[in-house]
Design a protein around this ligand. Structure first.
Ligand code: ADP
Ligand code: ADP
Ligand code: ZN
Length: 214
């Protein structure tokens, strides 16, 4: 099963992608996580990506497409995968379709986690990320057992620089201009499914399972 997660920054793509990956036993591929790992490790890619990410802008298509195409061609992706944060532009979607077509494959589902902008701004202020393992929490909606400490690895939690309110608004604008057109793109392709992302995260997941099957 090959799945794309669509939705605004903070809509809950990552949260749902992790649950999908666990239930259906397929890899979770997050381009944001890949870039953050590269930044942490000080790679050339990380240095380039950081200048865009810090400003709330998208990293140029040429830095992301080959990376994802290489990743989905790896052995562990043979039964499918869930893409989180990619594609984010029409050219990225076209490049992905072409790479899959060359292999005689196609995407199965594009799931749009639908959340209005006003909910997003509140949600992002409460998102916390682990500096160690990258796990995501929320002060109110997904709290850790001990405040400020990762449940999984025990490291400290931070507010991502790009989750500060000024940058969130910028990212939302970028989303509407560059990413939202993908909803129509996948609707035309006949694989778009929309779920209400404003409800409890377990109920969002149930709606997704209803689409994908038990
Ligand atoms: P969120 O989950 O809040 O939407 P991500 O972790 O997916 O954020 O992405 C963080 C940042 O990484 C984006 O704002 C963008 O700068 C960059 N990024 C991630 N994926 C892509 C992509 N497919 N194309 C371009 N930039 C990307
Ligand atoms: P995205 O990957 O789309 O940027 P995340 O999955 O990181 O979004 O979720 C953004 C923030 O909102 C996180 O702090 C997460 O714990 C929280 N969150 C995710 N889904 C929900 C939900 N249905 N209701 C409330 N908060 C949520
Ligand atoms: Zn951790």
């Amino acid at each position: 099963m090959k799945i794309i997660m669509l939705g605004a920054p903070g809509a809950g793509k990552g949260t749902q992608a992790k649950k999908i990956a666990a239930k259906y036993d397929i890899p979770h591929i997050s381009t944001g996580d890949i870039f953050r790992a590269n930044i942490k490790n000080g790679t050339e890619l990380g240095k380039k990506a950081k200048t865009y990410m810090d400003q709330g802008l998208l990293v140029p298509d040429e830095l992301v497409v080959d990376l994802v195409v290489d990743r989905v061609n790896q052995e562990d992706c043979s039964n499918g995968y869930v893409l989180d944060g990619f594609p984010r532009t029409i050219p990225q979607a076209e490049a992905l379709d072409k790479a899959l077509a060359d292999l005689g494959q196609k995407m199965d589902y594009a799931i749009d986690v639908d959340v209005p902008d006003e909910n997003i701004v509140n949600r992002m202020g409460g998102r916390r990320a682990c500096v160690g393992c990258g796990a995501t929490y929320h002060l109110v909606f997904a709290p850790t057992k001990e405040e400020g400490i990762c449940d999984t690895c025990g490291k400290e939690l931070i507010l991502r620089d790009d989750d500060k309110p000024e940058t969130v608004q910028k990212r939302l604008n970028v989303y509407h201009e560059q990413t939202q057109p993908l909803i129509e793109y996948y609707s035309k392709a006949g694989i778009l499914k929309t779920v209400d992302g404003t409800v409890d995260m377990n109920d969002v997941f149930q709606a997704i399972v209803d689409i994908l099957g038990e």
